[in-house]
Design a protein around this ligand. Structure first.
Ligand code: B4P
Length: 189
């Protein structure tokens, strides 16, 4: 099973991915986590990524797409993958489709966490109190939301046309949301 977990910044993609990995034994690819690890390691890619992330902007598509293909090829034994925070633009979605097709794979579902905007801001501000992340402050959160609505939200229609979009109410407790996701995934089998 290959799943994309989709939603705005702070919609709970990382949170729900952790639970999905445990239940289904999926391999987790979080582009945000990979980029933060590069920043921590002080690599060239990390320095480039930090210059975008700290401003709430997306890292350029060609950088992300190359990085994603490398991570996939380094983990060929994985029987199922959860893509967390990728794709975030239409070119990334088109690239993912080609990358998977070339490897004889496909996406089974796009789990889309639907959360109200004021709740997204509240969650990220709360996380900002402890995360130390350079992008969890009000000014950058607002920029991230603008970027989400202009560059990432068009993927909703893209994946509806592909017949893969599964909208999940992303409000409520973490456990309630997880139960909604697993009900939907079990329904696919
Ligand atoms: P990400 O790391 O993907 O960050 P995110 O969208 O903010 O996080 P997520 O939705 O996973 O939120 P979480 O579960 O943690 O990206 C960071 C940056 O990296 C991007 O802005 C971009 O610059 C760059 N980047 C990453 N991928 C890229 C790509 N493909 N292309 C270009 N650039 C890319 O939840 C947030 C908080 O809410 C947590 O504190 C959590 O505890 C809390 N929470 C979760 N569920 C809750 C619930 N039900 N109730 C209350 N709180 C909840």
């Amino acid at each position: 099973m290959n799943i994309i977990i989709f939603g705005g910044p702070g919609s709970g993609k990382g949170t729900q991915s952790d639970l999905l990995i445990k239940k289904y034994g999926l391999f987790h690819i979080s582009t945000g986590d990979v980029l933060r690890a590069e920043i921590k390691a002080g690599s060239e890619l990390g320095a480039l990524a930090e210059s975008y992330i700290s401003k709430g902007q997306l890292v350029p598509d060609e950088v992300i797409i190359g990085m994603l293909a490398n991570v996939l090829d380094s983990n060929k034994e994985a029987t199922g993958v959860i893509f967390d925070g990728f794709p975030r633009t239409i070119p990334q979605a088109q690239a993912l489709k080609s990358i998977l097709t070339e490897r004889g794979k496909e996406i089974d579902a796009v789990v889309a966490l639907e959360v109200e905007e004021n709740e997204l801001v509240a969650r990220l501000l709360k996380r900002g109190e402890i995360s130390g992340r350079s992008d969890d402050n009000l000014e950058t959160i607002k920029k991230r939301l603008d970027v989400y609505f202009s560059q990432t939200a068009p993927l909703v229609d893209f994946y509806k046309q592909e017949g893969l979009y599964k909208g999940i109410l992303g409000m409520g407790s973490i456990e309630e949301i997880f139960a909604r996701i697993t009900d939907t995934l079990e329904g696919l089998k």
